[in-house]
Design a protein around this ligand. Structure first.
Ligand SMILES: Cc1cc2nc3c(=O)[nH]c(=O)nc-3n(C[C@H](O)[C@H](O)[C@H](O)COP(=O)(O)O)c2cc1C
Ligand SMILES: [Fe+2]
Ligand SMILES: [Fe+2]
Length: 394
């Protein structure tokens, strides 16, 4: 069992069984649910885990308690990935007092029928466990209305709920020991897909929390990694960049295709950009699950979206992506459009309408092709690639 600081232990779990997070997003590297135990005169568990992994969590609690009773269960967030195992804890320790935000109280009843021994805490309120004092910061909509953070005053540890989290299980739970090249991309993928919709609230909330000037030596989010020392500033800056939609000088091409014509267009764009040393990524939406695409789009200054026409509108695979992009991934971006049709088109029109409705900056000329790209179409695509490259670093 990992020690985080004096008196604070990691009792979280690693989930390699769940294939899709929120039953939508692939988890090639798994996901962790972090929970913590504070070993003091009074004992406390901070956060629970998803029930699929609860056996490990429960035995860790039992091991730490070593026959003692559990005094407090702090629930920072009621989303079931962090609360499901509370039912087992309550069965084992019926006298433990559950501390949560006022908005979590009805959720505890609605999800689990738990009403006894529940106490709503307020921002700034303190609780002494003995050597350690806990206090709370309310962070509504980071990620749900009832979300709150817990701060362990003496050890300077912030239990930050979903903020600063990420997907993935790596060689260590501590960011400063992780060597995986996927660490950062799994943080971006989590941010863009799971909390991207509330990015502006996260931005404001982080400003407010950081403005409190709490000394923070360790950040313990409920997913991803635990950040110590210089890592604290690193993850805070990464999250600020993400929540403020700061892009990188790169281009993501996302396209769908049924018979390969639109794919030919995408390839022409890709090759032209590569030839000009542009940092470019390309995704076929039927081959890559959209959370990976959204993550790259989130950080790309310029995006090229391409779809075949489908009954006067946009091919469904691209429509699916657009639905997710509506959550804010295109804020601060420039988007170019291409498409393919057989009669009067519709893919380009549909994407353009979406972009206008969402007030996204567009490249001036879209390219719509009927059937296989001709030499003339190829020239138009090369122009589009040039416009896209020129829109970088603006
Ligand atoms: C169900 C269906 C609906 C379609 N609707 C349209 C349409 O409204 N307008 C159009 O120009 N082409 C339409 N098409 C034709 C395709 O857009 C066209 O074949 C295009 O070249 C497909 O691109 P792809 O080869 O990249 O799949 C439709 C095709 C299918 C299968
Ligand atoms: Fe959540
Ligand atoms: Fe979560």
């Amino acid at each position: 069992m990992k020690k985080i600081t004096d008196d604070i232990y990691w009792i979280g779990t690693k989930d390699t069984e769940t294939k899709l997070f929120e039953n939508m997003f692939e988890l090639p590297f798994g996901v962790m649910y972090h929970a913590f135990f504070i070993d003091d005169e009074k004992t406390a568990v901070i956060d629970c885990v998803k029930n699929i992994t609860e056996d490990g969590f429960i035995s860790a609690v039992q091991e730490r308690l070593n026959g003692r009773d559990l005094d407090y269960i702090v629930l920072n967030h009621m989303e079931p990935d962090h609360s499901l195992a509370v039912t087992r804890l309550v069965e084992l320790y019926p006298d433990a007092r559950i501390l949560c935000s006022a908005k979590a109280v009805p959720m505890l009843k609605n999800f689990y029928g738990i009403e006894e021994n529940v106490q709503a805490v307020k921002e700034g309120e303190t609780l002494s466990l003995g050597k350690n004092t806990l206090t709370w910061v309310m962070v509504p909509m980071v990620h749900w209305p009832e979300s709150m953070m817990t701060y362990a005053v003496e050890q300077k540890v912030l239990f930050s709920t979903d903020a600063f989290g990420g997907f993935g299980i790596f060689n260590s739970i501590f960011a400063d020991e992780v060597t995986s090249e996927h660490r950062e991309s799994e943080t971006v993928r989590y941010f863009a897909n799971i909390v991207g919709k509330v990015s502006s609230i996260i931005d404001k909330t982080l400003g407010r929390v950081l403005g409190m000037n709490l000394p923070i030596e360790v950040i313990c989010p409920s997913h991803g990694l635990i950040w110590r020392k210089e890592g604290v500033g690193k993850i805070v800056n990464e999250y600020i960049d993400l929540s403020q939609h700061r892009t990188k000088p790169k281009i993501t091409i996302a396209y769908s295709t049924m018979y390969g014509n639109n794919e030919q267009s995408a390839n022409i764009l890709f090759e032209e950009l590569k030839k000009n040393q542009v940092d470019v990524k390309m995704y076929n939406l039927s081959e890559t699950e959209k959370s990976f695409v959204i993550a790259d789009i989130w950080q790309s200054e310029v995006v090229l979206l391409g779809a075949p026409a489908y009954y006067g509108g946009v091919h469904p695979k691209m429509r699916e992506l657009l639905m997710k992009l509506e959550e804010g991934a295109l804020m601060n971006h420039t988007v170019g459009v291409f498409g393919n049709g057989a009669w009067s088109g519709g893919g380009v029109r549909g994407i353009e309408t979406f972009l206008k409705e969402n007030k996204v900056d567009m490249l001036e000329k879209s390219v719509e092709i009927m059937g296989r790209p001709t030499e003339e179409d190829r020239a138009a695509l090369i122009e589009l690639a040039k416009d896209a490259a020129a829109a970088l670093n603006h």
